[in-house]
Design a protein around this ligand. Structure first.
Ligand code: IFM
Length: 594
């Protein structure tokens, strides 16, 4: 780090250790009193203001800061960008800067806010969650994503997890698609890293195996010994990095969802299609074909429940893999029809022609654990039902150290049915169209008492499924747990020897999903938006904005009616199905459905 003074501007420069990224912070002051001196001491840049303060007089000064890094789309050096920026701010003055700042925030809130009438506590928690997401949303054109602890906390090393695609992305997709596209561009930018991981992990695979903790290059920051044991101080072997293969499909699903909901195929053409095909290729190389059963199986994985490692046929993972094969075929179908030359070029570029027919066969013959005929319960993975029954309280009582990890090789939960976080229930949410409400209820009732909710990603899944089958009190309780996580800071502070502090953007996204998808009952596909409201009894109204196929809608749900206002600038009509009634929403029109 280096401190400097450039006329009246103070500047600090630094270069990051691993990637040699430049960072510059500039500061300038607007001062009309006293004597100002300046000192540079080692790495400190000090501005000293001396004044003889007269009684009863107020002394006000304004400081302007600018932070620029190599990640910003700058046209001059990061240092000059920072200096120019603070000088401009000073010339314009504090009031003008504040006005512009407020105007920019007002624009964001206009489309991203969710208003809950009748419940101030829920409103504050939800707005706080939305605010958390907005402050870490990537800058346009950067292809950056959002780490699992956003810009706070050291625990996840600033790395990107499935948290982004499965929990944060939906918020951006429906309210701020210009940000959603950047999250997807990050995966395009890091495709080579995912290819490297596929080749080097285990026995070596083909295609794209995205990093569990993805860095700027797409390489994995997750270590093989990822959690410290508080008893021995030794690091435990965990398989998050090498066996949590659902990550690639999570990326492919989000990529395709972007296309379906925005209707914009540019992302597919600029690399999204390549990402999807490479993810399908990875799964094809990972899948086992069992001749005797005439089916593909996905063996030796970890699903979302990280307490059970190296399991076979995890229902969530298998569904993600199946969906990835289906999406790959849908992409091929779409490009063949609409962009045949680009498709030919892509097939040549990645030399995938021979594998394409295999994806169709694999999608059809892939084994998906089915609901039990009598109970409707889906087995989380092969032989899960044979594990020991236990309660979470029993396991906690057996702990020798309060922070000991309940998974990895020897953890207390490993031989039991206690799971760390929503797993089958996450599947029921992600693939909500493929399962009936009865199956969702049966699985919710079976898995909920067995779920520790040891991850901040867990509660929102249970809240959304509960809302769907009508247990709104439970849905509300878990909605509040998710939405208030960063307001109340009630979460596990240590896992093993790791300090877990920081913000929880996946839970923040989960709070938005629970409000809009859960209580609002919103579901969209490439043809229509469905709204099946299930408003909580305390709430008089729930209001939010939805972007769909580039057009914008304001939705207001009350206990008695649903109002849809189609923005006057919308380009065309769209079909909404509200509580079973079909409505064609024309630009500039308002519809009230009782
Ligand atoms: O991605 C999650 C994972 O599912 C559970 N452990 C924490 C990770 C980061 O939030």
């Amino acid at each position: 780090m280096k401190a400097e003074k450039e006329k009246d501007t103070l500047v600090l420069h630094a270069v990051t250790n691993e990637n040699a990224k430049k960072i510059a912070v500039a500061e300038i002051i607007d001062l009309s009193f006293g004597k100002e001196t300046h000192e540079i001491k080692e790495r400190k840049n000090l501005r000293v203001i001396e004044l003889d303060a007269e009684p009863g007089k107020t002394y006000t000064f304004n400081k302007y800061f600018a932070v620029f890094t190599d990640n910003d789309p700058v046209t001059v050096s990061v240092t000059d960008s920072a200096i120019n920026c603070v000088k401009r701010a000073k010339d314009r003055g504090y009031e003008a800067c504040l006005k512009e700042h407020n105007a920019q925030w007002a624009t964001k809130w206009e489309t991203c806010d969710v208003k809950i009438d009748g419940d101030d506590e829920a409103q504050i928690a939800l707005r706080y969650s939305i605010f958390q997401l907005l402050i870490v949303a990537p800058v346009r054109g950067t292809g950056n994503s959002i780490p699992a602890r956003a810009l706070s906390g050291q625990v996840y090393k600033g790395a990107i997890f499935w948290d982004t695609e499965m929990f944060m992305f939906p918020f951006f997709l429906y309210t701020y698609p210009e940000k959603a596209v950047e999250l997807m561009r990050y995966r395009i930018k890091t495709l080579d890293g995912a290819r490297r991981k596929a080749q080097t992990e285990g026995a070596g695979f083909r295609g794209a195996f995205y990093a569990w903790e993805s860095q700027e290059t797409g390489d994995d920051a997750c270590t093989y010994f990822n959690i410290g044991d508080p008893h021995t101080g030794r690091n435990l072997r965990t398989h998050f990095r090498d066996k949590q293969v659902h990550i690639s499909g999570d990326v492919a699903i989000a990529m395709w969802e972007y296309f379906k909901i925005t209707g914009d195929d540019l992302l597919l053409l600029e690399g999204g299609a390549e990402v999807i095909l490479e993810c399908a290729r990875f799964y094809y190389s990972y899948a086992y074909f069992k001749k005797d059963k005439n089916r593909y199986e996905i063996l030796d994985v970890i699903g979302p429940d990280e307490y059970h490692e190296r399991v076979n046929n995890n229902a969530f993972t298998n569904m993600v893999v199946k969906a990835t094969f289906e999406i790959a075929m849908a992409v091929i179908g779409y490009l063949k029809h609409n962009h045949p030359a680009e498709l030919d070029a892509l097939i040549m570029k990645i030399d995938i022609a021979e594998e394409l027919p295999c994806f169709a066969e694999a999608a059809e013959l892939l084994y998906i654990p089915q609901p039990d005929k009598e109970t409707g319960v889906i087995e989380q993975f092969d032989a899960y039902f044979k594990l020991k029954e236990a309660t979470i309280e029993e396991l906690k009582a057996q702990k020798i150290h309060p922070d000991e990890y309940m998974g990895a090789g020897q953890g207390l939960a490993v031989p039991t049915k206690i799971i760390k976080q929503a797993d089958v229930v996450t599947m029921l949410n992600v693939f909500r169209d493929r399962y009936s409400t009865e199956i969702k209820k049966a699985n919710w009732e079976y898995y909920e008492p067995r779920t520790e909710h040891g991850s901040s990603l867990s509660a929102c899944g249970y809240a959304m499924v509960a809302a769907e089958f009508g247990n709104l009190d439970f849905a509300y309780r878990y909605f509040m747990k998710t939405a208030s996580i960063d307001v109340e800071a009630k979460y596990k502070v240590y896992v093993g020897t790791i300090f877990m502090g920081g913000s929880h953007p996946a839970a923040n996204g989960g709070a938005w999903m629970t409000a809009v998808f859960g209580f609002g009952g919103v579901k969209a596909d490439e043809n229509k938006v469905t709204i099946q409201p299930r408003l909580y009894k305390k709430w008089n109204a729930l209001q939010f904005t939805l972007f769909y196929k580039g057009d914008r809608f304001a939705i207001k749900i009350t206990q008695k009616a649903v109002e849809i206002i189609a923005n006057a600038a919308n380009k065309r009509r769209h079909t909404f199905i509200v509580a079973g009634k079909s409505i064609d929403c024309s630009p500039g029109s308002t519809y009230t459905i009782n």
